[in-house]
Unconditional design. Sequence first.
Length: 264
Amino acid sequence: MANDKPKNNDSIGRTFLVVFVLCLVCSIVVAGSAVGLKAQQQEQKLLDKQRNILDVAGLLKPNMTTEEIKETYDRRIQPELLDLKTATLEKSDGKFDLNNALRSDETSIALSSKQDLAKIRRRADMAEIYLVKDDHGKTTELVLPIYGSGLWSMMYAFISIDVDGVTSRGITYYSHGETPGLGGEVDNPQWRKQWVGKKLFNPEGAPAIKIVRGGAGDNPYGVDGLSGATLTSNGVQHMFDFWLGDNGFGPFLKKVREGALKDG
């Protein structure tokens, strides 16, 4: 007698097969989307960097289009690679990747606890810096990338410095995870304005900028601390202690103070 019992279409095997096929299709879609969007993501990342450099250099105007940002950057900003070991410059091809450099002992150094004031663990041998040109091609300021540990996150910033190698022209923190309303005030325009005209070094050439708890007043070397964010303020201070020192941009900025950039 024929077995006419209906087949169980919801068997465990069939269920696993459906789940497997669905996961496979989803994985292919996600992977394809990631590959397809990679070029667009890289372009957006580059545009964001250009925008922040123009901002700290005082060249970013309200409502600038993407095309205007790119044109202004290409005309006014000259990227250079700085060898931090020799304090010498070479032309940048735009391919320098800090994260890749930090992964290798051949392109970076481990910092001792005494050296690591900014708590970054390693420092790359090279840094991409940016010379800001006027309409006649003369360098008027330079933009340096700095970073260090805050309360919750690694904080990344650009600092603009006059060709005197002493005077700050501005600062922008473009990436951080500090507490909004407290440490997050590092990107408050009012706090950033305090940096304009501040002296980063004393007459003897030693790093002198200080984050002052309770207010800096008219101190040419002082910037107000962030209210209620002592640890973030300390992180900012330690960033400058490191990057203005001998293991950071200190030797190069000494050359700048001696006139290295004044002729172009």
